[in-house]
Design a protein around this ligand. Structure first.
Ligand code: PHE
Length: 355
């Protein structure tokens, strides 16, 4: 038997046994290492008599290729075996039930604040914020509310200290003052936030939410106020036509002042906004009182404008048919599950009534 055939038989039988990676590497070195059998055979080619050299060379080449191919195959086999072994050992029990994840819901108040903010930002209002704990000056005095005004009454206001100079803001109107003091006219802002009054029943909660609006510029008149409110009510309640009624009223910080009602009717046990002959109060508004402008160093002869304050919770109740305000703040997860909004299911800026 030729030498080459011998090598072939020997290594073919070795490579066909079951091997591990180490053993395979050993064989590889034995054959193709620096002093490997095949390597040396190639080195010795020069000493083979010329007439035999060509034949011999091609024989070794053939053997080399065959062996390499076999080694490659074996290598793959070993890798596969290892993967299969691993899979078997790391057995995953796919019959175990998966973990349940609960997604949170967006509270109707947060939802309405988002909607309202988006609606007003479309007509150029930017958002301002103020603190829940206010001082007497921003909440009352600067807003032209004299010391003996009923709004200051102990029954309405939560005072925080005995000297009555710190309180929980009773409305978002102090943000008007803060905004105008820190900037220069024109002003066009809304301010959503928490407000507090000593009051609690089905439609009143001691903590509730308001949205303040303020627009001060040269030549702003009550027509602008009306236009703005019509736009807002139509957008918010998603109706083309809406009936709005301005009722004369009084706020110390606006002159003239009005309360705004929207028309509605009850149809199939559901409230329909915009039509019908019933009226529902939704906000207070008016032209900013010259004294307020003076207090914040804005010249009332040059600048004027309107302000309004809307009850956000009331808006949420009306739009989404929720009738007890107190439930809003009881933190009952089942209530939120039912009345809340899916954070991932908001098709437009304001997801609105389509849910
Ligand atoms: N701050 C008033 C309230 O809480 C509402 C209001 C705001 C009225 C702005 C006029 C102008 O009742």
């Amino acid at each position: 038997m030729s030498e080459i055939k011998k090598i072939k038989d020997q290594y073919f039988s070795q490579l066909n046994k079951s091997l591990d990676q180490n053993k395979l590497n050993e064989i590889k070195t034995e054959l193709f290492g620096k002093n490997g059998i095949i390597t040396i055979k190639f080195k010795q080619l020069g000493s083979v008599p010329e007439e035999k050299r060509k034949n011999y060379a091609s024989e070794i080449n053939l053997l080399k290729n065959e062996l390499q191919e076999l080694i490659l195959k074996k290598n793959e086999e070993i890798l596969n075996q290892e993967i299969n072994k691993k899979l078997k050992n790391d057995n995953i029990d796919i019959t175990l039930p998966g973990r349940t994840y609960y997604t949170g819901k967006i509270h109707p108040v947060s939802q309405v604040i988002d909607e309202v903010t988006s609606i007003f930002s479309e007509i150029g209002f930017s958002v301002e914020e103020g603190p829940d704990i206010e001082n007497e000056y921003y909440n009352f005095s600067a807003l032209n509310t004299p010391e003996n005004h009923p709004a200051r009454d102990m029954h309405d206001t939560f005072y925080i200290n005995h000297s009555k100079d710190l309180l929980l803001r009773t409305h978002t109107s102090p943000v008007q003052i803060r905004t105008m003091l820190k900037g220069k006219p024109p002003f066009k802002i809304i301010a959503p936030g928490r407000t507090y009054r000593h009051d609690s029943d089905q439609t009143h909660s001691p903590m509730f939410h308001q949205l303040e609006g303020l627009h001060i510029d040269k030549n702003i008149n009550m027509g602008h106020l009306k236009g703005c409110l019509y736009y807002f009510v139509k957008k918010f309640f998603e109706v083309d036509k809406v009936k709005i009624r301005f009722r004369p009223s009084h706020f110390p910080f606006t002159e003239p002042s009005a309360e705004v009602d929207i028309g509605y009717k009850i149809q199939d046990g559901k409230i329909k906004i915009g039509e019908g002959d019933k009226w529902l109060e939704i906000l207070g508004c008016g032209m900013v009182h010259p004294n307020v402008l003076k207090n914040v160093k804005v010249n009332p002869k040059k600048y004027q404008g309107y302000a309004f304050g809307v009850g956000i919770d009331r808006l949420a109740m009306l739009k989404y048919g929720i009738n007890d305000l107190r439930a809003f703040f009881e933190s009952d997860i089942r209530w939120l599950e039912f009345h809340g909004f899916d954070p991932l299911d908001i098709p437009t800026n304001y997801r609105g009534l389509s849910r």
